[in-house]
Design a protein around this ligand. Sequence first.
Ligand code: GUN
Length: 285
Amino acid sequence: MQILDGKKLSKKIETHVANEVKILKERCGCTPGLAVVLVGQDPASAAYVKMKKKACDRVGFYSVTHEMPENISQETIESTISMMNTNKSIDGILIQLPLPSQIDTTKILELVNPAKDVDGFHPFNVGRLTTGLDGFVPCTPLGVMELLAQYKIDVKGKNCVVVGASNIVGKPMASLLLNADATVEICHIFTDDLKKHTLNADIIFVGVGVINLIKEDMIKKDAIIIDIGINRDDDGKLVGDVDYANVSEKCSYITPVPGGVGPMTISMLLQNTLKAAQMNAKEKQ
Ligand code: GUN
């Protein structure tokens, strides 16, 4: 069994992004800028945003976080986004999800300028992804594809089973795999007999937030396991959705949690923000 080391690859990507930032600064004096909207006190969201901000600092981006109270109005978030859309020093906009229940999340995401949509959540970019056109791709599934590429794992013709059908992970993951000529099955909360599907998989992608969902008797020998889950166990330890101790004995490759997909998500956010800044720099010339 070989570990797919996302921590190592993300460091390599960060070095590349930092170099590109230097080049951009020299060429046009532009500094890539990321604006983040964080609503409420959810500790997980606050932790993610903190990690994203630190990553921005490491590569030389400008970043700003707009922290808003839980009881914020739809109009206030909307006017903040409108300001970011026109602010020339902001290349990327990220709305940390989930938003509180009084907020219409779809409307918020649709307001983000698609050219600054570094999370790839705007329907414009979702449509471009499903049609196989260039655009912004959600960071987590994009990071998974980079990790597979780094280890020369070609998904073409492979049976890929995606467990989880969220807009952030499962659906874009399935689109990327389909675009790369994989055979794709999407399983979700209503799937009957999950094991029947996972047993048939060459590669399993799981991100649903259920500890130990994928057990060793649910995978075929030498399958490749991509664990996109992030959970805390009873001891407060960070774990994924896969029974790592047992599954790692039977599979050929596996992503650890932490140190697998998580760091790749952050480096893809940097890569997407750099891409937005490079496109904006071209427009300015
Ligand atoms: N909440 C959970 N994952 C994500 C993510 O990748 N981006 C944003 N914006 N919010 C999230």
